[in-house]
Write a protein that binds this ligand. Structure first.
Ligand code: GLC
Ligand code: CA
Length: 560
């Protein structure tokens, strides 16, 4: 393995960490997290070991969808700071070896964006074609809405002209028309602007909806051509502007289609995509105490081999509902029953509004096993702020807001997030067993047994063994369905990971093929050395136990 393999394709051995600036750290005590607050916490992120900071939307916004409704793509919301503050954040992160990616929300704008305000004025306004309109009564699209609690159609009648505009999300988020070359040009300008500011890439919001051509006229479809080409153009433009910038796409569709979004075998489309199918299968496996659903998903994923630039991003949690939309109804019910049986724990009829530790009923063994999986499965792990300290949620908050509570830095009731009075805080903190008194950075920082120290070790070891995220993945056969044994190898580097999905202890037995006599397995988190008998090994695991084992051939004296 050449050292440049991991540094040139840096995203393949990265650790992504996402934050919403407004809930991370408040520097001026107005109750709203801000960029100077974030800048002061970059050292914390460096200490944690993450390598990519994903900033959720920080643009000016009426904030009706937590910033995903943008009114100006070229600025920072004044509540969060200024463009100057943003440059300080990027500069400080870079100094600590952390790259910064920004949410790129180009499927839609806010209905208060000046472009839309113009567009809706008249059918011949120059901005009219920046959005998607129809002049006949739309068919029933109630099965297509993303937010069924708020919308019943993806078309909204606009009073001024009596025509309908397309909105795949909320009605205050009109969809942009990417068949319009002016819109495409503007998107390149947005990408160019932020890369010039130092941004290293983008998390691209709602990609399948951007490329969706519902409502486009035949002429527009012809003009657009293959929508995937637009993705390719953004990728290559970003490459020219930055050298090694990435696009990390939010694409929740079947693997076969995701393969197309990667640019197929050429891999010239999205650089990375979140693995929503794998995530949902992982929860089904956890719920059933059975590794098979996860294995099935990863096997299917593996049948669409990635090009050299492409990479999966794995996650257990993000800022949205924990969606279970790709499971069958029966499977979803199983996961609901295991991890969120109450109606106030569920949202949109398809997802959960809880974080991992509360779903695992605070069982540290099970929580840690889940994160060990996240860091040992093939792909790049992505964390949502607060996961590293085991934050819970506030179920009293509606929908997805339940998991978007302020970061808990100290044991004070406001979590040390802000000195503003409690009723001024951007969101209320949990008051249950996951309140700041019980879960906070300050208490965990110097405790070697804390969740924070555990995640820090996972990050460190994951970074040290790039074959884990990047190597050739295979499931090692053994008879126990409650156990997953997998191996990742790259040239002469190989790590075997063993995970127990069951609450009871297990005895695990498996055989590694093609290992030389005298090969040992070295525990990555300790020093224990296990010898093998003709590749055969037997070990015991506690309930929800796990091991990461480095395969060490005889005569291999490399230092790790
Ligand atoms: C994505 C975001 C979500 C947002 C939606 C509309 O799904 O993750 O938070 O509401 O796009 O922009
Ligand atoms: Ca503030």
């Amino acid at each position: 393995m050449r050292i440049t393999d991991t540094s040139d394709r840096w995203w393949k051995n990265a650790v992504v960490y996402s934050i919403d600036v407004e809930t991370f750290a408040d520097s001026n005590n107005d109750g709203i997290g801000d960029l100077p607050g974030l800048a002061q916490r970059i050292h914390y992120l460096a200490e944690l070991g993450i390598t990519v900071l994903w900033l959720m939307p920080f643009y000016p916004s009426p904030d009706r969808d937590d910033g995903y409704d943008i009114t100006d793509f070229y600025n920072v919301d004044p509540r969060l700071g200024t463009l100057g503050d943003m440059v300080e954040v990027i500069r400080t992160a870079h100094d600590r070896g952390i790259r910064v990616i920004a949410d790129l929300v180009i499927n839609h704008t806010s209905d208060e964006h000046p472009w839309f305000k113009e567009a809706r004025k008249s059918v011949d306004n120059p901005y009219r074609d920046w959005y998607v309109w129809r002049d006949t009564t739309p068919p029933d699209t109630s099965d297509k809405v993303v937010f069924p609690d708020a919308e019943d159609s993806i078309w909204e009648k606009d009073q001024t002209t009596g025509q309908w505009y397309l909105h795949n999300f909320y009605k205050f988020q009109p969809d942009l028309n990417i068949a319009n070359p002016k819109v495409r040009d503007e998107i390149f300008k947005i990408v160019g602007f932020w890369t010039q500011m130092g941004i290293d890439g983008f998390r691209v919001d709602a990609v399948p909806f951007i490329l969706e051509t519902t409502g486009y006229t035949a002429a527009e479809k012809r003009q657009l051509g293959d929508p995937q080409d637009f993705l390719r153009e953004i990728t290559s433009f970003l490459g020219r502007r930055t050298g090694d910038g990435i696009l990390l796409g939010e694409v929740n569709i079947p693997y076969k289609q995701q393969h197309t979004y990667f640019g197929g075998d050429r891999g010239d489309g999205l650089t990375m995509q979140f693995d929503f199918i794998g995530m949902q299968s992982l929860y089904l496996s956890l719920a059933r105490h059975d590794a098979r659903p996860l294995v099935k998903a990863l096997t299917q994923r593996g049948s669409f081999p990635l090009g050299p630039e492409s990479q999966w991003a794995n996650f257990l949690r993000n800022h949205d509902e924990l969606t279970l939309d790709k499971l069958t109804d029966k499977q979803r019910e199983e996961v609901f029953a295991a991890f969120g049986p109450e109606p106030d724990m569920q949202v949109f009829g398809r997802g959960l509004k809880r974080r991992v530790p509360s779903m695992m009923e605070g069982d540290p063994r099970r929580i840690r096993m889940a994160y060990s999986l996240l860091f040992s499965l093939p792909g790049t792990p992505s964390l949502f702020y607060g996961e590293e300290i085991g934050m819970g949620e506030n179920l009293a908050e509606s929908g997805r807001m339940a998991v978007r509570t302020p970061m808990q830095w100290t044991s004070e009731p406001d979590g040390g997030f802000s000195d503003a009075p409690p009723d001024k805080l951007v969101a209320p903190l949990p008051t249950d067993g996951f309140s700041p008194e019980h879960v906070n950075v300050a208490d965990q920082r110097s405790d070697p047994d804390s969740m924070l120290s555990f995640i820090r070790r996972l990050i460190f070891r994951y970074r040290q063994h790039p074959e884990l995220g990047w190597g050739t993945f295979e499931v090692v056969d053994q008879p126990d369905h409650a156990v997953l044994v997998h191996s990742s190898r790259w040239e002469d580097h190989r790590v075997v990971a063993v995970h127990n999905f069951d609450a009871g202890g297990r005895r695990v037995e498996f055989t590694l093929t093609d290992v030389e006599p005298g090969t040992t397995l070295v525990d990555v988190f300790g020093d224990e050395r296990l010898s093998m008998d003709d590749g055969r090994i037997e070990l015991t695991l506690d309930g929800y136990g796990f091991r990461w084992l480095r395969v060490q051939q005889p005569g291999d004296h490399r230092l790790w």
